[in-house]
Every structure is written in C-alpha cells, then in structure tokens.
Write a protein that binds this ligand. Structure first.
Ligand code: SAH
Ligand code: SF4
Length: 403
C-alpha cells in the first residue's frame, strides 16, 4: 500500500468508512484538476500565485475546457494567454483513470477495468441501446456491505473513490465514444446509473461533488433526470441525497420480509424495511412523474413467490409510494449460492405487480459473457475460496452489528 492510502475515517460520516487521504498532488508535485469544481480550480490557481481576479476568470475558462470540451492539454486552451499555458502545465495536470483492460460483449456492452494511481482496480460498464446508452459508474473499490447475491459484496472495501475518479469514469466514456464537446443532443452516453461497485451513500460527499460536475450545464451537462443513484438502503443519508444531489433514486429492496431481507441484504438488520420505505416516501423530488425504482433480484425459491409479489404491492400502496419495480434476473458468478428464478416464475411475479397497477419490467441481462452484468463486478485483486468468502461475510456482519 502506498503512502497516500493511509486510511482515515471520514468525520461526520454515518458509518465509518475508510477513505484515502486526498491524493490530488502527483509524484511530480503537479496538482490534478479533474474532480474540482470552479471554486476549487480558482483556489488552486490563486495558491499557485495568480492574481485573484485573473484566477477567477481562468478557473471559469479551464472548467469549460476540461469538462465541456474534454481538453487535457493547456496548449489547446485558446483563450488562455500563450505565455501562461506552460506556467499552468508545470503546476497542474488533467488526467483520466488508467485503463488496464477494455472488453466488449457480444451484445455491445463494454466494460473497462480501471486502476487508481495508488494501484487499486475498479470497473465501469457502458450499456448501449438503439438511440441511447447508460454508463454504470462505480463509487467505491469493493464494498463494506455483503449482499449475498452480489459479487462485489465478496470484496473487502478497499477505499472510497475520489471525485476525480468518479467524474473520470464519465470523461473516459466520453473519450471512448468521441462525444466531446458536451452537446445536449445526439449523443450515445445519455444516462448514468450509480450502480457499479460500492454503496454510493457510504461515499456521499465524493459522489455528490462528482455528480454536481456531471450535472453542471457548462460541465458534462447531463440532466439530473438522466442520473440514477442506487442504494442498498442507507436510510440516514437518503434525505440528503434528495436535497443535495437531487437525482433519481433506486432502492435495492430485493425482499419483502424481515427474515429474507436480513439474510440477503444484511444492512436490513440495521435499517429495516419499514424505516426504508418511510424514507422513500419522504424522498425529496419523488412524485408520479419521477418515480422511485425498487430493484428486486429474482432468486429461485428465496424471494420469488406469488405471495411475495402481492406483499410488495401491498407495501408500495401502504406507503403510498410513486414507484416502479425493476425485476433483475440473478446474474451468476463463481461461488454464488443462489440460482436465478425460472422465466415462468419471473413472469408470474411481474404480472401480479402489473395487476396491482405498478410497472414491473424485467431487466434484460447485458454483458454477462464479460462479467459486466449487475452484481458481477469484482476486480481480480482478491480471489477467495468459499471458506474464505464465508469468513469474510461473518466478519462484515459482525462489524455491522457492532456499530
Ligand atoms: N450498492 C448499490 C449499487 C450497486 S449494485 C446497491 O446495492 O443498490 C446495482 C444493483 O445490482 C443492485 O440492485 C444490486 O442489488 C443488484 N445486484 C447485485 N448482485 C446482483 C446479481 N448477482 N444479479 C443481479 N443483480 C444484482
Ligand atoms: Fe455492496 Fe450493492 Fe453489492 Fe450490496 S449489492 S454488496 S451494497 S455493491
């Protein structure tokens, strides 16, 4: 582990989560500008000696070049004085996450294995459709939680990703798709889902800061209506997510009884179904035009009975939730102890929810052949035996219960 990854707790965080020390200064002493809002670019320029008025103007110009145009070279910033460009290049850098491997599935889904500058691997996935495309973005390397059906859950949390590493995923996808400058129309990268590795609400500040840049009209320019944040149910952070980020909310519900959800989504032992659904009902900005998505993974003989579908309808009605349900066929991974429900079972489950007046489409698995589908993301850094996996799950559980 390198010196800049000394873990320290985030003050004021709901649950303690390791975070890397700020690593914006490179080995050569230059400062990374990616991940910084205008104000932080201005402060960095001023610290480097620019006159405050000039720093303010330059920050606005650089912000535009970096996030709207995708430029990584100061020499291309034509409205910045030629004489000042080398001065900037000596002090600052504009980089992208390092790509270790890029794969393409037979269905066109693309997966990138990325590496942080301190040597940790994480993944992002792009899912193209006919006239749109969704980028699935990671928020952490690994995950503190251990939902039993999720491959990422078998990893320890290595660390939170920094804003630069989160925004960097979107910028890299734009590079790969050739979609600079940030045009409002006609692009392939139209939607973002925070559904890659990790629990975004356990890395709240960085996810918020990164998404603010993604949503900035002079930045990456994606509307908050096209961004969805998925949480396993970190109830105390949900209201802040609505107020401070304001994107669409998806909730990994996956079960309708305490018994089953405690087992498959263990954070339920801390924040139960009723608390979670009450937080959904109070989610700022949710209404019939902007529904909350409930994700429900279909696990054979575990959570897929007709009675459970009826209970799901009852719960959604009881809390008067503007909701839709997304049924996700379980995606297998080596060592997983579950099987996917049969297509007939999934259809029956979906029909019951539809008949309850709630939309319940079945998500088509994408990119399974390259392990890019929901819940298959896990970087190869740690390969573990079944016994080790069980031990790790017990450890994570004990930590959750000790809080
Ligand atoms: N940590 C966040 C977001 C990442 S996971 C969360 O849990 O919501 C994105 C979605 O994929 C979640 O709903 C998750 O429960 C689901 N998922 C995880 N493993 C899966 C698997 N093996 N098959 C299908 N869906 C899975
Ligand atoms: Fe973490 Fe989400 Fe996977 Fe659960 S489903 S282990 S919260 S990434």
């Amino acid at each position: 582990m390198s010196a800049d990854t000394n873990l320290m707790p985030i003050p004021g965080q709901i649950d303690p989560v390791p975070v890397a020390r700020p690593t914006t200064v490179r080995d050569d002493g230059r400062i990374e500008l990616i991940g910084r809002p205008r104000e932080a670019i201005r402060a960095a320029l001023e610290d480097a000696g620019l006159d405050p008025r000039v720093a303010k103007l330059r920050a606005k110009q650089i912000f535009h070049w970096v996030y709207n145009r995708g430029v990584t070279d100061f020499a291309l910033m034509t409205d910045i004085a030629k004489a000042q460009q080398p001065w900037m290049a000596e002090r600052f850098v504009i980089t992208r996450p390092e790509v270790v491997e890029a794969q393409v599935s037979t269905d066109g889904t693309r997966k990138w294995l990325l590496r942080t500058h301190d040597g940790h691997d994480y993944e992002m996935v792009f899912i193209p459709d006919a006239d749109r495309g969704t980028l699935c973005v990671s928020s952490q390397v690994g995950c503190t939680l251990n939902c039993r059906f999720c491959h990422t859950g078998t990893m320890r949390l290595v660390r939170n990703l920094e804003p630069a590493e989160i925004v960097g995923q979107v910028m890299l996808a734009r590079d790969a798709l050739g979609e600079w400058p940030s045009a409002p129309e006609g692009r392939m990268l139209t939607n973002i889902v925070m559904m890659g590795m990790g629990e975004p609400l356990y890395n709240f500040d960085h996810v918020r800061d990164a998404l603010k840049i993604v949503m900035d009209g002079d930045g990456l320019g994606l509307s908050k209506r096209r961004i969805t944040l998925s949480t396993s149910g970190v109830v105390p952070m949900m209201a802040r997510a609505g107020e401070e980020i304001g994107v669409n909310l998806a909730v990994s519900l996956h079960a309708v009884t305490k018994e089953v959800r405690d087992e498959i989504v263990p954070i339920n032992r801390k924040y139960g179904i009723d608390e979670l659904l009450a937080a959904c009902a109070a989610y700022p900005g949710a209404n019939n035009a902007r529904r909350i998505t409930f994700e429900y993974v279909m696990l054979k003989d575990k959570n897929d009975s007709d009675a459970e579908a009826r209970e799901l309808v009852r719960l959604i009605r009881h809390y008067d939730l503007p909701a839709k349900v997304n049924l996700i066929p379980f995606n297998p991974w080596p060592g997983a102890t579950y099987e996917c429900s049969t297509p007939e079972r999934i259809r029956s489950f979906s029909n019951i929810i539809f008949q309850g007046g709630i939309s319940a489409p079945v998500r088509t698995p994408r990119g399974r052949d390259i392990d890019a589908a929901c819940g298959q993301l896990k970087t190869a850094s740690e390969k573990k035996s079944r016994a080790e996996l069980d031990r790790l799950a017990d450890e994570k559980q004990a930590a959750l219960e000790a809080e």
